[in-house]
Structure formats: structure tokens, C-alpha cells
Design a protein around this ligand. Structure first.
Ligand code: C2E
Ligand code: CA
Ligand code: CA
Length: 710
């Protein structure tokens, strides 16, 4: 090749060698000293042999020799490697080429390119950090706005400090009502779209909505399902301006989970985007974990599908990751992600792939496993490895759990979008478990999810239209044989008159947050009932169930207090039932709540005792009054020796802690006699009465009074 042609082609920093035979090369082009540091023999000889001073090159020659021997036109590349010479650290790449029957070796010096890449990588890293800070500002603003918007429906004047933050923020903030009618937009939102004068006809909101409609067809779904959305929009203004905008869209919901407002938070990420697109490493790999990113994951999945390679797609979600970030900070969070990435990668086969596809979400593409059983075994190994403790810099021990959803190509779906959707759906099913779990996608799962959506829709209607009824089930004192309390149990009466049992809708209400308005209704209704019942029987108590989400609700204590006050009934007539799981999951929160309610005079029962975690430590630490033995132990009391032993143990334990015991699910005399004999204090069950409507319960009290006076 002619020197002038080589220069014209801009191939300046490389050495081109012609291969003469198996060992000998001849320099065709070289004007750089660095090459002689690599091959000193070449400086003085027209035909030379490579001395073995580069291990990497030696290794590359094995493949190159094969390629040259085959002799077809084309080239193979070595990939970049580093070579330390006496004067410098070189970044090199070798190419073995064949052209018209001749064999060549090209060695490129990529120093300049490499440095440029490193520089953009560095700038991009810094930008990513500032982007993280921006994200933190997003989250902060959103949390504050959420609070303020929850309290106030009139938004014309937001609380002063938050309004000031918004006005001065270097991110755009737009607030609308539920129908996207504008309420407020800050100066930076105008600046972003270069609308210098805030009196202009076009508004930032209109521009964003326009972009959204064009660029994201799922906008309707977001609005329809009131979901949060994070993503990027591209804005172009003729003739020269264009920007990449990061948008976070949040719904603000009222207590009934109806959307009241939408908050748009916008920032300019053009520079970051530009750099990312310029640098392949950045555009396809996650900078925290070095794993492939979402984009590369999709590309690989699509390629897999195009080439009809069967595979499992796994969607893995790290449980409670947000909490780690909140407690230990983002650095520890990142550290944890890196660790998780390493652990997952250590289990992957040659053709498998793991990518970070979201904040705490990983996508896996597995080609090694033939059937569900093998995939299941893999995920068991994965779960075992991830559950090994992690240590923070401060030597705190963290234990992580994961949910995994899996779908199979081609048996579950034929395109990547559907596969991911199904894996996501399966992951959601796995999420219900407290422990790490894998779920496979199945048709039944999809049907269940459709059914769930329908149920959720009708549940919202039920709340709005007041389709609930509160039944009461008496709790009898086994010493005096008198009704001393009633448990409030909710029923859902559908418009066709049929009743739905709480087991069918309480779990869903809990997952969707609808338990808050439902629970508030139960509490209010129970207080109203008490007001009347106390006239029949002073001292009677109503016991109300509290689910985990209600316990976690920051307003619960104030709410209970206001309900009692409004109904004008003493706190000592109210009792709360909590399950063991709630106690363990948020011990400190529960401890505070229980202290608060007990200081008012409300008493507390532990529900379904014996079915949850059998840690007894918390029983001593928490202020509680009663244990309710779960009905599963009472059912076979007469015949099952281990149930008998458990019931006796619970009674002994409760009494030693000065707690009273209530047996649930007492259905026959034999069970009652056993309980009386062993000093159980109270009982509840069909033997005495099923849960009944309020009027029937009043009748029951009247009858009891009559019997007593006989
Ligand atoms: P739970 O708190 O364990 O309520 C007791 C359940 O046992 C009730 O079922 C009751 O009807 C049933 N039961 C009572 N005596 C007997 C008996 O002798 N034999 C048998 N086989 N069952 C008996 P229900 O009303 O279907 O409620 C189911 C669950 O739904 C409750 O279990 C509770 O966890 C939840 N729930 C009900 N109402 C509410 C509520 O207002 N708020 C919340 N958060 N959860 C509620
Ligand atoms: Ca209960
Ligand atoms: Ca129970």
C-alpha cells in the first residue's frame, strides 16, 4: 500500500505488516517508534520474526494463523489490549487480514482514541452523578409535593416554603388537576422550552403533552392506570434547537386512591444523552455494575428471537432496595448492586446474559437450560447465593431477598415485548411472598391477573357506592358465659345481592392501598355501632382488624382518635387486632403505634396466633392484652395431639405473660369443654354465633339479657 494513500486514508498511527510465511513478516507501513518497542527486530531487517515479548499477541497469533491458513478474504480483530513498553503504556489492537490471497497483520495504536473514550466516560460519569443528584431533587420535590397536595385541594397557594423551592428550582415543575388542566408551572419550565416570556401563547404543559402523545403511545395507559412514569422525551424546535428531556410524571392520589393531581418534573439531559450516544460502552452498559443495560438486553433478546434460539427470560427484582438506599445512602446501594451483579454473573453460562434493566431490576437471558426444572434449579442456586449476607463499609450485615419471574421463548410468547411483560407478570406473582421466590409465567397467571384488575375496578366502585356491611361476631367469656366483645368483620354486598367474603378482597385491597379507605370506613362504622350497643350493654367492646398497610399508614393514630371523639365513645371500648406478621415486619412502627393507642385506653389482640413467626421475644417487648389462638389449631383439638399441645402451650405462655387467651373457630361443645377445662379465657366461633348483621347482634344481646333475668 502506498504511503500517500495510507496518509490520505487517515491511517496514521498503525503498523501494517505483510506475512511472508508462517514465521516471517515484512513491514509495509510504519512511521511510529512505538512499533519498534513491540518488535525490535523489525527496525533493521526487511524480513523479521516476532520475538515472543507480547503474551497477548502470541495468543492472538493462534487464531490468526488459522485464519491466514484458510486464506479467505476478510479480517479478524483482537480487541484492545495494553502493552507496557520502556517509555509508555500502549493501547493496541491487532487485525489479521487476507486480501487477494495475501496475508497481513495490522497493529493499531488506539492511544488517542482510548484517551478520548476515557475522557467522555469520565465526563459522563460525572454527569451521571449530577443526574443522580437531580433525581434525588426530583424525588425530594415529589415527596414534598405529595404531602402538600394531600393536605390541600386548593392549589392556588401552595405552602410557602415548598412554593419557594419550586419557583427557584433548576428543574421544571408543572402541576395539573386530574384532567391535565394546568394549575401551576414554574419559571424553569419556561426556560427549558426557551419561552422567555411567561405570557406567551404556548405553555410548557402543552409542549410536553404534545411530545408525550407523539413519542409514547402508552401515555393513555399511564393516565388510565394512574401510574408513575419516568422516561425521556426528545424536543426539537426549528431550526436549530433540540433537547433531550428527562420527565418524571407522578399522580397524586387522595385517600380513595383517586388521582387528584399530576406532577410533571422535567430536566435537561441533552449533554448526558449526547455523551452516552457517542460512547458505545456508555450507551450499552450500566455504569454502576458494568453489566449490559436495558438497551443491550433488548437487542440481545430480539436477536435471540430472530435466530429462534430457545431461552428463558428472567425478571429479577431486589426486594426493599429503596430501604437500603434510604438507610445507608446511595453509595452503599450502588455497592450492593455491584455485589449482586457479581454474584449473578458468577452463575451464568457462556451464552447467558444478565443486564441491569432498572433501578433494582435485573434481566436474565438463559440459554443453557432445557426445561422449567433446570431453570428452577438455577434460580434456587441464585437465590441461595444472593441471600448470603452482604457487608456495608460500616460492617453492617445486609440480607437481601429477590423475586424472580420467568417466561420461556418460544413456548410462552413469540416477541420480546410480550416475553418481558409475562416475565414481569410472573415476578409480580412471586412478589406476594415475603421470601425470595421464582414464579413461572402461565396462562392461569394471566387470567388471574385479568381477574384481579376487574376485581380492583369493582372494589373502587364498591368504595364509592358504599357497598360494604359490617357484621359482628360475639366473643364469649368462658368464665361467665356472657358476650363481652364482638369482632367486626366486613362483608361486601354486590348489587345483585350476593355477599363476597373478605378473604376474597382484603388481600387485594391491601396490595392496592384501597385498604386505607375501607379500613377507615370499618373503624367509623364500628364506632357508630358501639354508640348504640353501649346502651344495650355498657362495657361491651368491638374488636377491629388492622392490616399491615393500615398499621404503616402515618395518619392511623390521629384517625382513630378523631373517630372515637366524633362518636363520643370511650377508647376502652375499642380493641385492635393485629397479626404476628405485622409485628415482625415493622417492629418499631408497631411499637410506637401500640404505645400510643394503649395510652388512650384501647386494647390490643394478636390475631391468628401460632400461624406466623414464632418469635416470642416481641411478645414481651410489645404492649399487648390478648392472644387469639388461630382456628386451625382449634378445629381438630379433640383428635390431633400436636394441636392439643399447641393450644395448651399458648394458654400457658399467655398466662405467664399476663395476657388473656381467646380461642377462635370454636364450633362444638367438646372443643369448648376442653378450653374451659384448660383455663382458656374467651372463645369465638359458630358454636356461639356466626358473624351477623348489626340488628341481629342487638337481638342477641336482648336475648342474653332476658335469659340472665330468668
Ligand atoms: P380473622 O380476623 O381471623 O377473622 C375470623 C374469621 O373466622 C372470620 O372470617 C370468621 O367468619 C371466621 N370464623 C369465625 N368463627 C368461625 C368458626 O367457628 N369456624 C370457622 N370455620 N370460621 C369461623 P371472615 O369474616 O371471612 O374474615 C376473614 C378474614 O378477613 C379475617 O380473618 C380478617 O383477616 C379479614 N377481615 C375481615 N374483616 C376485616 C376488616 O374489617 N379489616 C381487615 N383489615 N381485615 C378484615
Ligand atoms: Ca381477626
Ligand atoms: Ca383470626
Amino acid at each position: 500500500m502506498q504511503q500517500s494513500l495510507i496518509q490520505a486514508l487517515g491511517i496514521v498511527n498503525c503498523a501494517i505488516l505483510k506475512r511472508l510465511d508462517e514465521d516471517h513478516f515484512q513491514v509495509v507501513h510504519n512511521n511510529q517508534d512505538w512499533f519498534y518497542a513491540l518488535a525490535p527486530e523489525a527496525e533493521h531487517k526487511s524480513s523479521f520474526v516476532f520475538s515472543k515479548n507480547s503474551a497477548f499477541l502470541e495468543y492472538f497469533f493462534v487464531d490468526a494463523e488459522n485464519f491466514w491458513k484458510i486464506g479467505n478474504d476478510g479480517q479478524i480483530q483482537s480487541g484492545i489490549w495494553s502493552e507496557q513498553t520502556a517509555n509508555a503504556l500502549l493501547r493496541l489492537e491487532a487485525i489479521a487480514a487476507v486480501s487477494k490471497g495475501e496475508s497481513y497483520l495490522v497493529i493499531n495504536n488506539l492511544e488517542a482514541d482510548y484517551n478520548k473514550q476515557q475522557k467522555t466516560l469520565q465526563i459522563a460519569r460525572e454527569l451521571l452523578i449530577s443526574n443522580d443528584q437531580m433525581q434525588a431533587q426530583h424525588d425530594y420535590l415529589h415527596a414534598r409535593l405529595d404531602e402538600v397536595l394531600h393536605q390541600k385541594h386548593d392549589l392556588q397557594s401552595l405552602q410557602k416554603p415548598i412554593d419557594e423551592v419550586i419557583q427557584k428550582a433548576e428543574i421544571g415543575v408543572i402541576i395539573t388537576d386530574a384532567n391535565f388542566q394546568l394549575i401551576s408551572q414554574n419559571p424553569y419550565a419556561f426556560e427549558l422550552f426557551e419561552l422567555a416570556n411567561q405570557q406567551t401563547n404556548t405553555s410548557p404543559l402543552e409542549i410536553v403533552q404534545g411530545l408525550f402523545n407523539k413519542q409514547f403511545p402508552e401515555f393513555d395507559r399511564i393516565v388510565h392506570t394512574s401510574s408513575r412514569w419516568h422516561g425521556e422525551l426528545f424536543w426539537h424546535k426549528a431550526p436549530y434547537t433540540s433537547k433531550w428531556l428527562q420527565l418524571a410524571l407522578y399522580p397524586v392520589k387522595d385517600i380513595n386512591q383517586n388521582t387528584q393531581n399530576w406532577v410533571f418534573i422535567l430536566s435537561d439531559v441533552s449533554r448526558l444523552k449526547y455523551l452516552t450516544q457517542k460512547n458505545e460502552k456508555l450507551s450499552l452498559y450500566d455504569t454502576v455494575t458494568n453489566l449490559p443495560n436495558r438497551q443491550l438486553f433488548w437487542q440481545t433478546l430480539e436477536h435471540n428471537i430472530e435466530t429462534s434460539k430457545h431461552c428463558f427470560v428472567l425478571y429479577m427484582d431486589v426486594k426493599h432496595f429503596k430501604r437500603v438506599n434510604e438507610i445507608y445512602g446511595h453509595q452503599t446501594g450502588d455497592h450492593l448492586l455491584v455485589n449482586i451483579a457479581e454474584r449473578v454473573s458468577s452463575l451464568l453460562g457462556e451464552n447467558d446474559l444478565c443486564a441491569r434493566i432498572g433501578g433494582n431490576e435485573f434481566g436474565l437471558l438463559l440459554q443453557e437450560y432445557k426445561d422449567q426444572q433446570q431453570c428452577l434449579e438455577f434460580s434456587q442456586r441464585l437465590i441461595e447465593l444472593i441471600e448470603q449476607p452482604f457487608y456495608t463499609d460500616g460492617d453492617d450485615k445486609l440480607q437481601i431477598a429477590i423475586n424472580i419471574g420467568a417466561a420461556h421463548f418460544p413456548s410462552d410468547a413469540n416477541d420480546s415485548e410480550e416475553l418481558m411483560k409475562f416475565a414481569d407478570l410472573a415476578m409480580f406473582a412471586a412478589k406476594k411472598s415475603n421470601k425470595s421466590k421464582l414464579s413461572f409465567y402461565s396462562k392461569a397467571l394471566k387470567e388471574a391477573s385479568t381477574k384481579r384488575l376487574e376485581l380492583e375496578k369493582s372494589l373502587r366502585i364498591a368504595i364509592e357506592e358504599g357497598q360494604f356491611e359490617l357484621y359482628l361476631q360475639p366473643i364469649v367469656d368462658l368464665h361467665s358465659n356472657q358476650i363481652i366483645k364482638a369482632e367486626a368483620l366486613i362483608r361486601w354486598r354486590l348489587p345483585d345481592g350476593s355477599l363476597t367474603s373478605p378473604d376474597e378482597f382484603i388481600p387485594l385491597a391491601e396490595q392496592t392501598g384501597l385498604i386505607i379507605p375501607i379500613g377507615n370506613w370499618v373503624m367509623t362504622r364500628a364506632a357508630e355501632m358501639l354508640k348504640t350497643l353501649l346502651q344495650h350493654k355498657p362495657g361491651l367492646r368491638i374488636s377491629v382488624n388492622l392490616s399491615p398497610r393500615q398499621v404503616a399508614d402515618r395518619n392511623i393514630f390521629d384517625f382513630i382518635k378523631s373517630v372515637l371523639k366524633h362518636a363520643g365513645i370511650p377508647a376502652s371500648n375499642l380493641e385492635l387486632e393485629l397479626t404476628e406478621g405485622v409485628l415482625i415486619e415493622s417492629f418499631e412502627k408497631v411499637q410506637k403505634l401500640l404505645h400510643d393507642v394503649r395510652s388512650l385506653g384501647i386494647s390490643v389482640s394478636i390475631d391468628d396466633f401460632g400461624t406466623g413467626y414464632s418469635s416470642l421475644a416481641y411478645l414481651q417487648k410489645l404492649p399487648i392484652d390478648h392472644l387469639k389462638i388461630d382456628r386451625s389449631f382449634v378445629r381438630d383439638l379433640e383428635t390431633n395431639e400436636s394441636d392439643k399441645a399447641i393450644v395448651l402451650a399458648v394458654i400457658a405462655l399467655a398466662h405467664s405473660l399476663k395476657l388473656s387467651v381467646i380461642a377462635e373457630g370454636v364450633e362444638n361443645i367438646a372443643q369448648m369443654q376442653f378450653l374451659v377445662k384448660h383455663q382458656c379465657d374467651k372463645a369465638q366461633g359458630y358454636l356461639f354465633s356466626r358473624p351477623i348483621p348489626f340488628d341481629d347482634f342487638c337481638q342477641l344481646l336482648v336475648m342474653e339479657k332476658k335469659n340472665n333475668s330468668l
